[in-house]
Design a protein around this ligand. Structure first.
Ligand code: CO
Ligand code: ZN
Length: 332
């Protein structure tokens, strides 16, 4: 499992610049699907068809993009100003390293060493200076992701883009688990783009796939840290979470029941999730065409949208077992 997770969470791939991470995932799922293609938005869609032509279609979606930034201005000394791609948290940024598509590493700094006012990324810049021979070649429009390697502490895994490469890892492991099964559902495994800027990839992918049931796989917040605000009934290590509601979706009751039944059949502990801020690809899937029954399997994650997003391996493995069991039974 960690061998699957490590390359995914260490890879570059901010919203809109998913070519590299998509290529990496395409290699990892080679041979696991009947049909694989990339749609116009850049979503990677891998189908596993049922022998029963009339079987219902399940769409799973995990987003491959990560929060990042885009260069908006380069000054005469080569310092870069930037704009956010997704929910960058200003208070977590100074001193962080970022990585561009060509591998260039930059450091984010603030104009003032100890700013007294509320942190604003407009007052931050990125240093990519080198020397005359090794100068950078970064221009306006180039994108960067945060840069940090995976660390493992017992069952806790810490990395920069668990959101949502851990969902991608779960989906890949589910594909491996059911590779030799003849499933009673057609399954479209979608690795979506541009989730962090508004669920844009899942919106077109769901229209194209036309699923009967849509399930996102993504991270959710936890309430098990000091004075967590708002309080939340999800903890790390108590199992994957079955979403009931978030800020843009009320999960379909039938999909919640399918997931609960699958958890019980697989012997997986699960938690029920109500998230008051944030959403997932499931919200886009639910509102496609004439509507899709949608839900979300969440991996609890501390410190979301920082370079140290932390998940528990037991929750991840539980998520794989739950989804593989769900796919082995006809959903309708
Ligand atoms: Co996110
Ligand atoms: Zn996410």
């Amino acid at each position: 499992m960690i061998e699957t997770i490590r390359p995914l969470v260490e890879a570059y791939g901010p919203s809109g610049s998913e070519d590299h991470i998509r290529g990496l995932i395409a290699e990892m799922i080679d041979g696991l699907a009947d049909e694989t293609y990339v749609d116009a938005m850049g979503n990677l869609i891998a189908w596993k068809h049922s022998a029963n032509e009339d079987a219902p279609t399940v769409m799973l979606s995990a987003h491959m993009d990560e929060i990042g930034l885009v260069v908006s201005h380069v000054d005469e000394d080569g310092y870069l100003r930037f704009h956010n791609l997704g929910g960058l948290l200003p208070a977590t940024l100074t001193g962080q390293r970022v990585q561009f598509a060509d591998g260039t590493i930059g450091v984010i700094a603030h104009e003032e060493r100890s700013p007294k006012e509320k942190l604003d990324i407009k007052k931050m810049y990125i240093d990519v200076s080198a020397d005359a021979e090794n100068g950078h070649d970064i221009s306006v429009g180039d994108t960067a992701g945060l840069y940090r390697l995976l660390d493992v502490r017992g069952t806790r895994l810490i990395a920069k883009s668990m959101d949502d490469r851990i969902g991608c890892a779960v989906q890949i492991e589910v594909m491996k688990a059911v590779a030799d099964d003849d499933l009673p559902n057609h399954v479209a495994f979608v690795f979506s783009v541009q989730e962090e800027v508004g669920l844009r990839g899942a919106q077109t992918a769901a229209y194209g796939v036309e699923p009967d049931i849509g399930i996102a796989i993504d991270v959710t917040l936890t309430g098990d840290t000091p004075k967590a605000d708002p309080p939340m009934a999800v903890s790390l290590g108590k199992g994957p979470a079955i979403k009931i509601k978030d800020s843009r979706m009320i999960a379909d009751a039938d999909v919640v029941r399918l997931m609960v039944d699958a958890a019980e059949a697989a012997g997986v502990d699960y938690q029920r999730e109500v998230l008051t801020g944030g959403t997932t690809d499931a919200a886009a899937m639910q509102l496609t065409r004439a509507g899709v029954k949608a839900g979300c399997l969440s991996i609890p994650c501390r410190f979301v949208h920082t370079t140290s997003e932390t998940v528990d391996l037991d929750d991840v493995e539980g998520g794989v077992a739950l989804l593989a069991t769900l796919l082995r039974n006809a959903v309708q």
